[in-house]
Design a protein around this ligand. Sequence first.
Ligand SMILES: *Cc1c(COP(=O)(O)O)cnc(C)c1O
Length: 351
Amino acid sequence: MNRFWSKRIQNIVPYTPGEQPKDRQFIKLNTNECPYSPSPKVIEAINRAAGDSLRLYPDPECVELRAAIAKREGLDINRVFCGNGSDEILAFAFQAFFDPDREVVFPKITYSFYPVYTDFFGLKRREVPMNPDFSDPIDLLCGNNGGVVLANPNAPTGIAVGLGTVEKLLNANPDVVVIVDEAYIDFGADSAVSLIGRYPNLLVVQTTSKSRALAGLRVGWAMGDAGLIDGLRCVRDSINSYTVDRLAQAGAAAAIRDEDYFQSIRRRVMDTRSWTEKSLKEKSFTVLNSQANFVFASHPNHSGKELLDGLRERGILVRWWDKPEIRNWLRISIGTDEDMEALVQALGELI
Ligand SMILES: *Cc1c(COP(=O)(O)O)cnc(C)c1O
């Protein structure tokens, strides 16, 4: 802290990103990145874009990228908005759709950026306790709210809800925006994109970071009624009109168009997840039913911190939170088959 800081940032506890070690000796299972390379077509597209045109600002409306997303999802292009990672989309959405006088609600155990945004933007929040089995407390998100945020599948639990449940949430909160954060939707759950058009309060947020192996490119997007998209545009153009750079727009559009590559890597991740779940259960771990590119696991006889530290000593990074409800749990990203064999072997030594 410093005496020149505004009161707003003096009082904020910012988000803590997962560690990105510079020496690449670790097996990195701590930030839900994809263990496979991006599509070769992405690299070609970025190389083509890396030329003289970098003198010029990028297209602020990301038309080529939005057209690729709109085509894949069967949406009108005016129902798509692109940003610099879905974190930026979420930050814009909190400012565009939520007011300080009413509480924004979300589950107690979820993506830890949500409470940071409500604090930073001066919004009230209500964090709803999880069901005992760690599933989302949907009934408690229905009612008199100023807005709803649901990660589906949830993080760090990996548990997904079905579309009927999403519809229940939309019907129970007809006068406020319901943000469905689908960062992990491509690993087995059903997307709420199919509900757009029927629910004017629905905003679906997705990203290239996880299922398209492009966390380093920073591209995310929102899909919803054109009125909501205009709201996001209004916030963006009050802060920074050129949020998605030329290389990112070109690379992300190529990624969206390369459906075959996308299908092959997400399948591999899901297959490796099944093997990992089975192997951890054989070692007496409790593993929640994940529809994401990570698993959430705990062991009856060993604390989460003890396993976290033991894995680190063995060169494996995973994620752990010092929160009472989940102190005994580890979130383990799905890596390659070899990564997960090394993880299971290391955990076998530790328990
Ligand atoms: C990873 C993640 C994001 C952020 O994705 P970016 O597009 O990389 O900013 C958003 N929401 C959830 C739940 C995530 O896990």
